[in-house]
Design a protein around this ligand. Sequence first.
Ligand code: ZN
Length: 181
Amino acid sequence: MHRSPIKHCKNCGTAVLYRLPDDGDTRERAVCPACGTIHYENPLNVVGTVPHWGDRVLLCKRNIEPRWGKWTLPAGFMELDETTSQGAARETDEEAGAQFEMEDLFSVMNVERVGQVHLYYRARLLSDKFNPGHETIEARLFTEAEIPWDELAFKTVKETLVCYFSDHRKGAYGIHVIDIA
Ligand SMILES: [Zn+2]
């Protein structure tokens, strides 16, 4: 899941060198020796939802790598022309073909190891019929007891589900900020 290092300058195509820039920056950057362009690399946002229907939550069985065949909440990389909420809704539509109403932000997770920030919104399902896209083998609802905890694709999904069912039992939903080791 690590991103590959930058190899060539996006401006002129020359092979870059990783070094401290001359401007006092304290991190090594991909610097172009020809035109001087400094390429900054920053975390990417992954946005998704916790779609719920009564006591159950919608999970999708992945038809793509990584973690093919494992279960996940609908989520994916945020695009440039959308808000976090719009991106989460788009992923939910693409991966599950669900009808839903977006609700509040639920979890924010720093996944420092891979340079990502994951944001999940709650989403109230308006139907229990799904029409999953090509990235999903199967989309179905699970109660807390039915969740395939050992077959979840990502730790972020597990942490979000643990928080969700805990809040659901209390009948009050917070915003959970979690650092994933
Ligand atoms: Zn260059």
